[in-house]
Write a protein that binds this ligand. Structure first.
Ligand code: C5P
Length: 285
């Protein structure tokens, strides 16, 4: 007998809330995940949990390069982030290509438009079977609500797991000066991030993308059942590149990150597989 829509929905919901609350990690069967391994007493379970929380940023332009990485890395990591570079250079079909190669896809296109348009785009994310996708929190609560509701509705209609809706708070490239002088926002970056995260949560969004520096504040303000996805993560052995305010994978997890996004330390490594394994081991320490 096929599962009830409500069961699929609640199973998916529960699995991710649990990741955020660090209670247990589980993954839905629909996406090839395995159900519940509790708590961390067993090192293999802990490694599997951390693996699921590592997202690789596929910042390449070529389809074959991307798929080669997915082939190598899908047993090692939880998902692959497809951003504007790869999506725009290869086209939307890259999402299915990655899924067919065994990867979960985080579609990071940062939607920001009127609620109806963003809602329709969120429906597409559901139909494409995205694991996560992003919208800009700056679009306001109606836009955020349209995204979250539409993604959920569409998934329910197709009896598929719904994608996680994530809001981007303040781009880490924006300085305090730009925020106040160019955007006329008269509060600190940190206060603004927390305010946007709270608005996103109240609008039904599952979590935010923010800098590791904001982890403590967002976790405190939004609670354990809210996802925090953070880039700007660098193992000590990797080059810093252009990231400014970095944190190690272990620190980011300890401070409340639900998922970490890592690009160049894995993509540019001599062996991406070894680099991913090393990061997972550090996360689990
Ligand atoms: O190579 P690296 O680990 O720095 O890649 C980080 C990824 O996270 C990139 O895809 C980058 O665009 C993204 N990102 C970021 N900082 C943000 C938002 C997204 O580094 N504030």
């Amino acid at each position: 007998m096929p599962p009830l829509l409500e069961d699929i929905e609640s199973q998916w919901e529960e699995s991710h809330l649990q990741i955020a609350g660090f209670k247990t990690v589980d993954f839905t069967a629909e996406r090839g995940f395995v159900l519940s391994f509790w708590g961390g007493s067993n090192m293999n379970n802990k490694l599997a949990e951390m693996r699921s929380r590592l997202i690789v940023a596929l910042d390449v332009s070529d389809r074959n390069d991307a798929l080669k990485l997915v082939e190598q890395l899908s047993p090692e990591v939880g998902a692959f982030k497809v951003g504007m570079q790869l999506y725009n250079s290869t086209g939307p079909a890259i999402v299915k290509d990655i899924q067919d190669a065994g990867g979960n896809v985080f579609i990071d296109l940062k939607f920001h438009d009127i609620p109806n348009t963003v809602g329709q785009a969120a429906r597409v994310m559901s139909r494409k079977g995205a694991f996560m996708y992003t919208v800009h929190a700056g679009g306001g609560s109606k836009m955020l609500q349209a995204a979250a509701d539409s993604a959920a509705e569409e998934a329910k209609y197709f009896a598929a797991p719904r994608p996680l809706s994530l809001a981007v708070t303040v781009l880490t490239s924006l300085s305090q000066e730009e925020l106040s002088q160019e955007l006329a926002i008269n509060r600190s970056v940190a206060e603004h991030v927390v305010a946007l995260a709270k608005m996103a949560k109240a609008s039904g969004i599952d979590g935010v993308v923010c800098s590791p520096q904001e982890l403590d504040m967002v976790r405190a303000a939004c609670g354990d059942d809210f996802l925090i996805v953070t880039p700007g993560v660098r193992p000590r052995w990797a080059a810093v590149n252009d990231q400014k305010r970095i944190m190690t994978p272990k620190e980011a997890i300890a401070r409340g990150a639900s998922y970490i996004v890592v690009g160049r330390p894995i993509l540019k490594a001599e062996s991406p597989v070894e680099a991913a394994r090393k990061i997972v081991t550090e996360m689990a320490e």
